[in-house]
Design a protein around this ligand. Sequence first.
Ligand code: HEM
Ligand SMILES: N[C@@H](CC(=O)c1ccccc1NC=O)C(=O)O
Length: 487
Amino acid sequence: MLPPIPNLADYGISPEYGFLPAELPLERLPDPYYNKWEAIVLNLQGLILSKRLRGVIDRLPVLSTIGLEHDSEWRRAYSLLGFMAHGYIWGGDSPAEVLPAAISVPLLAISEHLEIPPVATYAAVCLWNFKPLFIDEHVDNLENLATLTTFTGSIDESWFYLVSVAIEARGAPTIPLMLNAIDAARGNDSATVTLCLQKFAERLDDLGALLQRMHEGCDPRVFYDRIRPFLAGSKNMEEAGLPNGVLYEDATGARSYRKYSGGSNAQSSLIQFFDIILGIVHRTTGEKKDTASEKEGSAPPPKNNFLLEMRKYMPGPHRRFLEDVGLVANIREYVEANSDNAELRIAFDACLAMLSAFRDVHINVVTRYVVMKSRESRSRSKSPEVTRRKLDIASSSRDVKEGDDKKNLKGTGGTALIPFLKQARDETAEPSVEPWARRYMSKSRRPRGQEDFFLGKLNEHADGADGICGLAGTWTAEDDTGGLCHY
Ligand code: HEM
Ligand SMILES: N[C@@H](CC(=O)c1ccccc1NC=O)C(=O)O
């Protein structure tokens, strides 16, 4: 008996909004008992700027979670406390090592309820922190989105979170679409599988275009200097001034040091869903494919620990959804078993090409927003001592020496970012079946200059225009971005 195909409602996932809550995030907690939390967060930027946040939180009473009823109230409370916690830790001249009971006690209880760590995760700052500007317009449109809370009050910070929110919303319909494809593959309905893959490829292409809009509203300097420090975690933060992590107190009065990763989009269930559905396997950074041991038939190389670890930073039901989809994902095997079906092969490889192009765009974003900024910070520095300290908070870097910064830079999640991201991008191409697609997605063999490439027939023009319609684009020598677009 095949395991059942997951039913979205069982995991709090909506076919329209995906991992975003189907019911809009609350703009404030309804019970006036929580007014003190709301008042602090309303003034968060001012309190951080004037360095008065810690004093205010030090005087805050420990509130109970008894007044939280509906799920959306628990989510709002989690987001509020996540912002307060990171504002408290990172909003001073040096990081705070002790989280006051007024934050840690309710945050631990709420985290347990939502099955997510007690920090400012991707869910706290993105998934549960937006509102539509016009209620009758969709949230997959960046122009219709606003954030509820930011550390800095800058439009750059809002935009930074909102690009992710729009990606979640725009990507959401691919979830029911691809679960349907699994069902069609079970029934050997290759026409439906092909159609689903074609639609999926087009959506992935849209998401890459959304990611590319990051620079429209978020300045790399503002991101690196002002926003990013607040997103940092407490793991591997010895150099930044947190050798033991952060001390939390729970409801029983027990105190313990804890270390958590910072917020990261790697905590987005949507992108991990894409990998699972397409049968993409990520290995530990540095681990190569087809090792001798694999050929001999012994254990496969270990899966990427970071991406698996990041699942623990997703809300419990979303994490379980990914596990359960992993049990039923059959598309890659179906395409391999039907390799004589050219349309199916092309549609599958188009998805891989689009996701690979998405990851290319992302690598460019990370280069502009983190790698180049960290270099500039250092070259501008007059006082190495002070700059070094600030840099460590901003980049979570350890042992940064002149010249090998790219190797030593760390993401807020704690990865050696560029090697990790490039490997994840390359692994995206591995399941491809078309030899030409493999070639095009392989970095080393990618055409240089302004050479166009063509991914073959995808689907007919919606407007009925004749001729073959496909995926085409240009890889530029300048930034090596897979500029895939369809025409
Ligand atoms: C200025 C914007 C961004 C920066 C600087 C950035 C930076 C990073 C870094 C450094 C990592 C490595 C993991 C870590 O250690 O934290 C990462 C991972 C990741 N980011 Fe971003 N990111 C940005 C925006 C986005 C957006 C909008 C998305 C949208 C989906 C995204 C998707 C991902 C994914 C999926 C991963 C996991 C690696 C992978 O699956 O390829 N990032 N990001
Ligand atoms: N890992 C990123 C941060 C990051 O991507 C992120 C962190 C918190 C919430 C959302 C994030 N990503 C995207 O919008 C960094 O190292 O700067």
